[in-house]
Design a binder for this molecule. Structure first.
Ligand SMILES: CC(C)(COP(=O)(O)OP(=O)(O)OC[C@H]1O[C@@H](n2cnc3c(N)ncnc32)[C@H](O)[C@@H]1OP(=O)(O)O)[C@@H](O)C(=O)NCCC(=O)NCCS
Length: 441
């Protein structure tokens, strides 16, 4: 990941038009540097308030500052408010890597901590911040923006779409019965601190294989492992690792146990984080969890909708999977995005993309060769080249199919995409690894 891009984004100037639009309402758009400790504290308190949390404690504020050093922190203040230094709107972003089809990553601007105070909502503050920050990212050449959302109704209007789903899984452990492999390595308890060291290495070795995953944001591993000063009940966490037959550590899981006092055998286990580098590590760790004594139910959130464990139990109906939109993506630079990913089969498409914000608007021919690499050329004139299917779609729809999760044929059937051959277009964008994202950011 080019670090120059990340640092140009981090310290770059604010967008003039956004600042102007807010100034017309008597508001001031500000960039808050990590050296401005007091400004950051006010901003963090504004985020907590915006998300209906209580006041942050000093320990929480210090921990937040430490994990925000790579973030570009933007706030909007209202000089007429009684607490004039506490922002009435917040926005954070950083450039990180998004995994895309082909075992590759693409630099993307990750957006987080978006909030507007309840006293200042629905007067266009989010719109000014979002459009301004997207313009900045686009001007720097960041090809994609991404976020996880509190409500699925907010970001479509800015060109974002759900490009990867995630599931919440519940398994009735006593019904399930393990039928998967029984690997010959070892499962052993380790400390939370050891998990904290091991898991990032494992995750970094596997994250590019799953479209939709991202580079782990600062502070997340410490939050999972309870190794942050503001951790709540870290003592409840248990950690286990799998080492293969030659002793190499290949996977680790962190879980919590909630006792059922009326019937101990119906207690619950919650998987907090599972990382597996090999199929054996995956099978061994899931088997360990599903064969724990004194457990009636297992819960795991943000799993893939095609989680292999569903095929490793005898009673499929012991498992319930709730599926929801999770990784939202917005393409800013169509040629860069489409040339970065890989494709499962050769082919060509003529694409006409519309974008109300203008960034991704244009007409291109995408050609995919035998090796799965795509090349883009401008689509000149009105005629579609011979034998090439044409697709007309908005940037949100292109972003939705980008990671290969939803079929373009589904979007055509929903009336959201027009194509002369939706099946061919769908084949080109499809990918065998199911897109997924295992964290909130
Ligand atoms: C979501 C939130 C940031 C919106 O801020 P805002 O300044 O009121 O939004 P704006 O006035 O700029 O609205 C921009 C557009 O989004 C729409 N919109 C705003 N919030 C929306 C919501 N919660 N659901 C659906 N649409 C919404 C507006 O109607 C407006 O539409 P239009 O311009 O197409 O007519 C604010 O309500 C908030 O802080 N909510 C609580 C925290 C939260 O959920 N943050 C988002 C985290 S991902």
């Amino acid at each position: 990941m080019p670090s120059e891009l990340a640092s140009a984004h981090h310290g770059g100037p604010l967008d003039g038009s956004a600042a102007q639009a807010l100034a017309e309402q008597g508001l001031e758009l500000r960039l808050i540097s990590s050296a401005d400790v007091e400004g950051f504290r006010e901003w963090s308190q504004a985020v907590a308030r915006g998300f209906m949390d209580g006041e942050s404690t000093t320990v929480q504020l210090e921990a937040a500052l430490e994990r925000s050093l790579r973030r570009r922190i933007v706030g909007v203040v209202d000089p007429a408010a009684p607490e004039a230094e506490r922002p009435v709107a917040t926005f954070a972003s950083w450039v990180g890597e998004l995994s895309i089809p082909g075992g590759r990553g693409i630099p993307s601007v990750a957006i987080s901590a978006v909030s507007v105070a309840p006293t200042h909502r629905r007067r266009g503050i989010l719109r000014s911040m979002m459009e301004g920050e997207l313009r900045r990212a686009d001007a720097l050449g960041v090809p994609i923006a991404m976020l996880t959302v509190s409500e699925s109704t907010i970001y479509g209007r800015f060109g974002f779409a759900a490009a990867a789903m995630s599931g919440n899984l519940t398994i009735d452990v006593r019904r399930a019965k393990w039928t998967g492999p029984r690997p010959d390595g070892r499962v052993d308890f380790i400390s939370r601190e050891r998990f904290r060291e091991l898991a990032p290495e494992l995750y970094d070795r596997v994250r590019l294989a799953t479209p939709g995953e991202i580079e782990m944001p600062e502070g997340h591993w410490d939050r999972y492992a309870g190794t942050r000063p503001d951790a709540e009940h870290p003592e409840r966490l248990r950690a286990v690792r799998y080492a293969d037959a030659s002793g190499v550590e290949r996977g680790a899981v962190l879980y919590t146990y909630r006792e059922n006092h009326d019937d101990f055998a119906r207690s619950k286990v919650r998987v907090e984080r599972l990382v597996a580098e090999t199929p054996d590590a995956y099978a061994a760790l899931w088997r360990f969890l599903l064969e724990l004594d004194l457990v009636g139910e297992l819960e795991a959130s943000l799993v893939s909708v095609q989680e292999p464990v569903l095929w490793m139990i005898e009673d499929r109906r012991a498992a319930r999977l709730w599926v929801g939109d999770h990784q939202w993506v917005r393409i800013l630079d169509v040629p860069a995005a489409l040339q970065a990913r890989r494709y499962a089969s050769p082919g060509a498409l003529a694409l006409e993309v519309t974008d109300v914000l203008g960034f991704a608007e244009g007409r291109w021919i995408l050609r995919v060769g035998e090796g799965g690499a795509g090349s883009i050329e401008p689509w000149e004139g009105e005629a579609v080249p011979d034998g090439v299917p044409a697709v007309r779609l908005g940037v949100a729809e292109l972003s939705a199919v980008y990671l290969g999760w939803v079929s373009l044929a589904t979007l055509a059937a929903a009336g959201r995409v027009q194509s002369t051959d939706a099946a061919a277009a769908a084949r080109l964008f499809s990918w065998h690894e199911t897109a997924s994202l295992s964290l909130w950011y």
